[in-house]
Design a protein around this ligand. Sequence first.
Ligand code: THU
Length: 161
Amino acid sequence: MSKQQYHFEFEEYDNSSELPAADAQLLQKAREVTAQAYAPYSSFYVGAAAVLANGEVVTGTNQENASFPAGTCAERSLLSTAAALFPGMAIDTMAISYHNHNGASDKPISPCGICRQALAEYEKRTHQGIRLILGGQEGKVFVIPRSTLLLPLGFSADDMK
Ligand code: THU
């Protein structure tokens, strides 16, 4: 037996004004698109904005459904949009924000397990890591160098060979 360890580093900023300008702008876009979320059941409005390798910016929001499992998270909604509009194009950075029923949020959230799996597959098929910027409407911001850092020992197509 040998003990194994998993360790990763990410950046933490006290607020978005400390970010490089392009990152602050992308997070601002994610904050704004939360207004387009369809979340009548959870009242938890999530927005994502990503800059692609070709410089295009795409967005996504959570889209809920009365049949709850049919709803989709903002991150996967963005991935589908990116794949549909710009097939094969890598994603450089994705910013994710949200607000609650009061319109407020002051700490980062990070992608759910299913979205981590979807992000990992997107990274793999485009041969590039996706940098994540996580922040609420205000407060601390986390920058994760690539999304798969959030999915240690993840399952992928390689495991089916
Ligand atoms: N949600 C997202 O869109 N992204 C996340 O990272 C976390 C959760 C959505 C799913 C659901 O519509 C609502 O937030 C509450 O879970």
